[in-house]
Design a protein around this ligand. Structure first.
Ligand code: ACM
Length: 480
């Protein structure tokens, strides 16, 4: 049997009661008025025990209920006693968080009774935003593949999935009125090294957004601009300043493309795109990229952002952008996402003085596409090599002068796909580093400890194997 606190992310408060183990047996049922979460827990417990684990609104020894608890919308309290296991939360998202905790206290699969260690867990997130980014532009991943990824990352209480939908190589979301974006930009040979084709129709994207919402995950769509736009200009040469067609690109250079800042057609295009993406996305965020705009002059960049940021507001969304965006004056609700290896950034710090919140994604700590070690088969190394300890031993509130705890919306781990070709590749780069970043995003700073984390992480080797999830067997961890 696992110990009550043997969970990632480590809970805020754990009080074990060794005298009070709870046994899931053939007659155990889940009682809850919240059927959606009840069914998710039932699925986990059926797999762990082989028992039927019915879900009922009126009877059962496992009780899930919506009730006031301290700690905000995702907080939850689990009480494990001899005859009763209760889960309380303010929201369904909080109950869902609790289900992810309970999942880790039982086997992935098995037949027979299972005991859950007794005591109380009272848990709540440090940051509201705990994200992962997947680059589906440089290598496309299907809706089913992204759904399977959501199934795994939510086990670590990740609640935002940022999709990098467009880049120089490809355009992966259908936009009404601009069919060539995906006919051409999502056609054959549009990934790095000519991989592809692929794009999401509006219906497929909506289906993915709904699937994520059922797991309390907000999709954050990114349309990168004004750079990283070669694919759009291949599809529509009218979006270049001279109207001359540009060549498709499948290499991994960056910083060479720019939308034409002085052209009205640019903003007609972007208003159509922003209106459409906003309409398809129920979440509050719309990511406008803004990174690596080396082909746009500083003055043009300001002109561009001054026209585009109001469009995001006009269609009811909060703009998120890579932190280069903070070189201009931002709307108060805009969110710069810090991504570089530097340990200071003037623009981001200035935005914080004006009240903007920040997402932390320093490449040398959280970029899941960086190699683990020199001999890693996958990944890049421009931000260094990142082993598990390096992913774990840092703090987002201590990274940038002027960007402290109060300024942080949260933490996100981006996964760029230049070297990735399959979901197994995605999983191998994600695990075991994502659990480290998930713990930074969720757990209280004072509850974190590398030796404890290493020990807790070791148990996930056999769990991932049982779930069919590829992972890098990092030598820092004494895998069980
Ligand atoms: C980035 O890695 N270009 C945000």
């Amino acid at each position: 049997m696992r110990e009550l606190g043997d969970v990632i992310p480590v809970p805020a408060e754990v009080r074990p009661d060794p005298a009070a183990t709870f046994t899931i047996h053939s007659g155990t049922a889940i009682c809850t008025p919240t059927e959606s979460v009840g069914l998710l827990l039932a699925e986990v417990l059926r797999s762990a025990t082989g028992h039927p684990v019915p879900v009922s609104p009126t009877a059962g020894a496992i009780v899930l209920q919506l009730e006031d608890v301290d700690g905000g919308p995702e907080a939850y309290v689990v009480d494990v006693a001899r005859d009763l296991l209760t889960v309380r939360a303010n929201t369904e998202a909080g109950l869902f968080s609790a289900v992810q905790t309970l999942r880790q206290l039982v086997p992935v699969s098995g037949t027979g009774d299972v005991t859950v260690p007794g005591g109380r867990i009272a848990d709540r997130p440090r940051f509201a935003y705990r994200g992962v980014m997947l680059d589906v532009a440089r290598h496309f991943f299907t809706v089913d593949e992204v759904k399977s990824y959501l199934d795994v990352i939510t086990q670590f209480k990740i609640n935002h999935l940022h999709l990098h939908l467009t880049d120089d190589q490809g355009w992966r979301l259908e936009i009404a009125g601009w069919p060539r974006l995906t006919e051409v930009g999502g056609g054959p040979g549009t990934g790095v090294d000519g991989a592809g084709p692929g794009f999401y129709t509006r219906e497929e994207y909506a289906d993915l957004v709904a699937y994520a919402a059922q797991r309390y995950v907000t999709i954050v769509p990114e349309i990168d601009m004004p750079g990283h736009t070669n694919a759009a200009q291949v599809a529509y040469p009218e979006l270049t300043c001279d109207g001359v067609p540009v060549a498709p690109r499948t290499d991994t250079e960056v910083g060479y493309s720019s939308l034409c800042v002085g052209l009205d057609r640019t903003y007609e295009f972007l208003e159509d795109v922003i209106r459409e993406v906003a309409a398809l996305t129920p979440g509050p965020f719309l990511h406008i990229g803004g990174d690596e705009a080396q082909a746009t002059s500083a003055e043009d960049y300001r002109t561009f952002m001054d026209r585009v940021l109001p469009l995001v507001t006009k269609y009811g969304k909060r703009a998120v952008g890579w932190h280069e965006m903070a070189s201009v004056e931002l709307p108060g609700d805009a969110v710069p996402q810090f991504w570089r290896v530097e340990t200071a950034d003037e623009g981001t710090a200035r935005a914080v003085t004006r009240g903007n919140q920040v997402i932390m994604s320093p490449a040398d700590r959280v970029y899941l596409d960086m190699k683990y070690a020199e001999d890693s088969r996958l990944g890049l190394d421009w931000a260094g090599r990142i082993d598990v300890e390096r992913s774990y031993r840092w703090d987002p509130a201590a990274r940038l002068p002027g960007v402290g705890e109060e300024a942080l919306l949260g933490v996100e781990a981006p996964l760029w796909s230049e070297t990735l070709r399959s979901m197994a590749d995605v999983q191998t780069m994600t695990f075991p580093r994502l659990p480290a970043i998930a713990e930074i995003g969720w757990s209280p700073r004072g509850a974190r400890d590398w030796e404890s984390f290493r020990h807790r992480l070791a148990a996930f080797g056999p769990r991932w194997t049982a779930q069919g999830i590829a992972f890098h067997p990092s030598p820092e961890i004494d895998w069980l």
